[in-house]
Design a protein around this ligand. Structure first.
Ligand SMILES: Nc1nc2c(c(=O)[nH]1)N[C@H]1C(S)=C(S)[C@@H](COP(=O)(O)O)O[C@H]1N2
Ligand SMILES: [Mo]
Length: 416
């Protein structure tokens, strides 16, 4: 039996520096979008505030942002996070094709030829492992499936640093190969060949991806690229459906967890149901009271809250998982509650849910978020009382806030 460490084992005539360069170049813009929007999302969590930190100490100790996450434009996080998840999903078929194109490299033998060769191989291990880890941990997360025993956010965050570092080194090492492949074969010229005229790439010294004993082609290069591109495009459309909504939402097969949110005023996406975090009707019944703390402390029933001036705003919930939904919310301005608690200009606002178990039971808003006149403690949505799943008796709704910080089943507000 032939072993994969023998160069004659790998026979596809499609493999070679051009194919690797073309797929790698297609992948780069998608990775750039994921990286940029990923670090923006980290900033949007405002990890410096209260218990918001998703990684111990905020990040790597050095957080890559220097600003408070704004409340304008209200749709910004829906767009950046929709792009993050969409570009990440679209990258997966291209990533797999790229790995297929260079797989003979993984089986190079002898495995370590020189210190430089050893270093290159170590960086490839980080690159391949890192890329597979960040992309697939992202997919598992949007499926709310956690097969591994560590928390997703720090793992995805630190994994991204390892992956991007290895990628930077890879780009430096491979820039020459890419330029030469495109100069010699043309950037898109190999896509003109049909199956009959598909030939192996010309031999290039030092390249282990081009087969030494190529077999006959069974698909043309453009056939391969069209298949991979088609899969990538289909994933992008499916993921766009969960942000754009309307009939497109039906296409979002990978996303809103296949759950039907029902119809009526409360008929929109639910992330965590009340039942899943053990919030019951009894906990949110007539005995429920909201505590508001500032220089003075208040305790308010839902009736009393409904008796205060009500404000209606059309605002978006944008989940880190990429889906978003825009609804019409009615409730009391956080700013008005601050004044009632004796706070002039709101500083940070710490919010706690009555939810006893699970994550996301508290969040801290920055001063701009607490002071924005559109920021609400919502009591109603689309003209009806909030349903229990959407946070009855009261929930936070703040423009451009990551969905996860829009705390449901609020029982305590503390103005700093
Ligand atoms: N108390 C509490 N609030 C919460 C959550 C939660 O699990 N518990 N989930 C958050 C997340 S991740 C999102 S995206 C939004 C979703 O709001 P919705 O279920 O009303 O659509 O609620 C947020 N508020
Ligand atoms: Mo979320």
């Amino acid at each position: 039996m032939e072993l994969p460490i023998r160069p004659t084992f790998w026979r596809s005539p499609l493999r070679g520096p051009w194919l690797a360069s073309f797929l790698g170049s297609a992948l780069l813009p998608l990775i750039a979008i994921c990286a940029f929007t990923g670090f923006l999302s980290h900033a949007a969590y405002d990890p410096d505030l209260g218990q918001n930190a998703v990684t111990p100490g905020g990040g790597l100790g050095v957080d890559l942002y220097f600003f408070d996450w704004p409340t304008r434009p209200a749709w910004l996080y829906a767009v950046t996070q929709g792009l993050h998840v969409g570009a990440g999903l679209a990258a997966i078929p291209i990533l797999l094709a790229k790995l297929w194109a260079v797989i003979p490299k993984l089986f190079e033998w002898p495995a370590l030829r020189s210190p430089a060769h050893a270093l290159e191989r170590l960086s490839l291990l980080l690159l391949v492992g890192g890329s597979l880890f960040v992309f697939f941990s992202g997919v598992w997360n949007i499926q709310i499936w956690f097969p591994y025993g560590f928390p997703f956010v720090p793992a995805h965050y630190f994994g991204a640093f390892a992956f991007l570092g290895a990628l930077g080194l890879h780009l430096v090492l491979k820039a020459g190969v890419v330029l030469r492949a495109f100069r010699e074969a043309g950037v898109v010229r190999p896509l003109r060949d049909d199956l009959a005229s598909t030939r192996p790439e010309p031999p290039a010294s030092g390249h282990t991806t081009r087969p030494v004993a190529p077999s006959d082609p069974t698909i043309s290069r453009r056939g391969l690229i069209a298949t991979v591109g088609g899969a990538s495009f289909a994933l992008a459309v499916m993921s766009a459906g969960q942000s754009v909504g309307g009939p497109l939402r039906k296409l979002a097969l990978l996303a809103p967890h296949g759950r039907d949110p029902g119809s009526g005023p409360n008929g929109f996406q639910v992330n965590k149901t009340a039942a899943s975090v053990e919030v019951t009707d009894a906990m949110t019944g007539p005995d429920w009271r909201l505590t508001v703390r500032g220089p003075s402390e208040l305790s308010l029933s839902r009736e009393e809250l409904l008796g205060l001036p009500q404000q209606t705003e059309t605002l978006t919930i944008a989940c880190v998982e990429g889906w978003s939904t825009t609804q019409e919310w009615t409730g009391v301005r956080l700013r008005d509650l601050a004044v009632m608690a004796g706070v002039g200009e709101p500083g940070e606002l710490h919010v706690e849910s009555l939810q006893g178990t699970g994550a996301f039971r508290q969040a801290t808003l920055n001063p701009g978020q607490a002071a924005d006149p559109r920021s609400l403690l919502a009591l109603r949505v689309n003209g009806a009382d909030l349903s229990l799943d959407h946070g009855f008796p009261a929930r936070i709704i703040v423009p451009n806030l990551p969905g996860v910080h829009n705390t449901k089943w609020v029982e305590r507000l503390e103005f700093a």
